[in-house]
Design a protein around this ligand. Sequence first.
Ligand code: DC
Length: 218
Amino acid sequence: MLNIALDGPAGAGKSTVAKALSAKLNVLYLDTGAMYRACALYAQKMGVAVKDEPAVTELLKTLPLSVRYENGKQVTLLGEEDVSEAIRRPEISMMASDISALVPVRQKLVEMQREIAQSMDCVLDGREIGTFVLPNCKNKFFITAAAEERAKRRYEELIARGYEADYNAVLSEIKQRDENDKNRTFAPLRQAEDAIVVDTTSLTIEQVIDTVISLIQK
Ligand code: DC
């Protein structure tokens, strides 16, 4: 199977690159962040605090999470409900970061991700795909950018989607999520030794995509 691992902090452009690679290389895109987000949304629906490890561990037993593909696009489901939009709500971002720090959550979702990656050619984006989920993957990239640039992009994306947003609040949340994702003890956000770093701070999205595609084809 062709697997491409894209890791990096929030807002670095991973999902944009992943979508473009998926279209250009005709492979599917597995958005692993969507899975952590769906898990956080489920906890919210069930009234469970995302930092309450025993309660979340219990909740995992009934987590009705699945992903499927419609016209090549990932649909994230909780039971029969398509939550692909609901998981993008701004308050879910921090909750996803918090719930993803719990080891039982990661064990469950990583197992699902490995099964999916074994069954189809795909590009995966996340925080530790290259270091932990698929350590033997041949195509690993670490997509990064300055926090201020990532906050600007996230702010513009929120406004474009009709949310109210404040740049400074977005920046401080991005920094807080970086800290959370980097400092958790189990499988933190980290660059794999064999990953190629692409700093997107002053690149256009087309430049980033061309860079990554030419590196994969090498
Ligand atoms: O990529 P994202 O913003 O949708 O991810 C939401 C949170 O999920 C992120 O803050 C950390 C967590 N996450 C993770 O721990 N591992 C992944 N492979 C993907 C996301």
